[in-house]
Design a protein around this ligand. Structure first.
Ligand SMILES: [Zn+2]
Ligand SMILES: [Zn+2]
Length: 189
């Protein structure tokens, strides 16, 4: 998308097209990583070292309210942003926490209205393990099978403890511990 077009689109929705705001929109339009606000901030700060965190957060809010980007709740721990407004669903890997686009068929998966309600958008979130992480775990299983079989009796208590703390703050870049509760929630939403 040409810069001028982006400038006009921001003006059209009543957002003053500052270079920083245009840089935020451009970054989102050119990435498929569905970044968090902090990841957008880190990226934009490289080109504009004086930009404040508040400017990034406020711009993301304004762009979301104007319908120019989507605020995704596919990640239960933090909001993620997407400038791709085309019909697609999202798949979050519970191991590496990356969010992938899933193409969806041309036909609407749901009726447009029922019981007097009007369905305007259908948000589909899927959760599981991505191809990269499946390849990683297959490889580590192969290399650690022997070691594990020797130490498996009673030595996994530290692993169990890790799974029950659950209260430590999660940095946006680290994948959350996969937990039963989380996968149920993801399925239910
Ligand atoms: Zn993964
Ligand atoms: Zn997307």
């Amino acid at each position: 998308m040409a810069p001028k077009k982006r400038m006009e689109r921001l003006r059209d929705v009543g957002i003053g097209p500052t270079v920083q705001r245009m840089a935020i929109l451009e970054f989102l339009e050119e990435t498929t990583s569905h970044p968090t606000a902090d990841q957008v901030y880190a990226q934009i700060q490289e080109a504009y070292p004086t930009i404040s965190r508040a400017t990034v957060y406020n711009t993301l809010d304004a762009l979301t309210k104007a319908g120019m980007i989507l605020k995704l709740s596919v990640d239960p721990t933090v909001a993620r942003y997407d400038a791709d407004l085309g019909p697609h669903a999202h798949f979050r890997c519970r191991v590496c926490n990356r969010v992938y686009d899933i193409p969806i068929g041309g036909k609407q998966p749901l009726v447009k209205g029922f019981d007097g309600h009007l369905v305007e958008s259908v948000l589909t979130y899927a959760c599981g393990v991505c191809a990269d992480c499946r390849a990683d775990s297959a490889q580590s299983k192969r290399t650690t099978t022997q070691k594990r079989s020797k130490t498996s009796s009673g030595s996994d208590s530290s692993d169990r403890k890790k799974g029950t703390t659950g209260k430590k703050p999660r940095a946006s870049s680290t994948p959350p511990e996969p937990s039963q509760e989380e996968s149920h929630r993801a399925r239910a939403s």
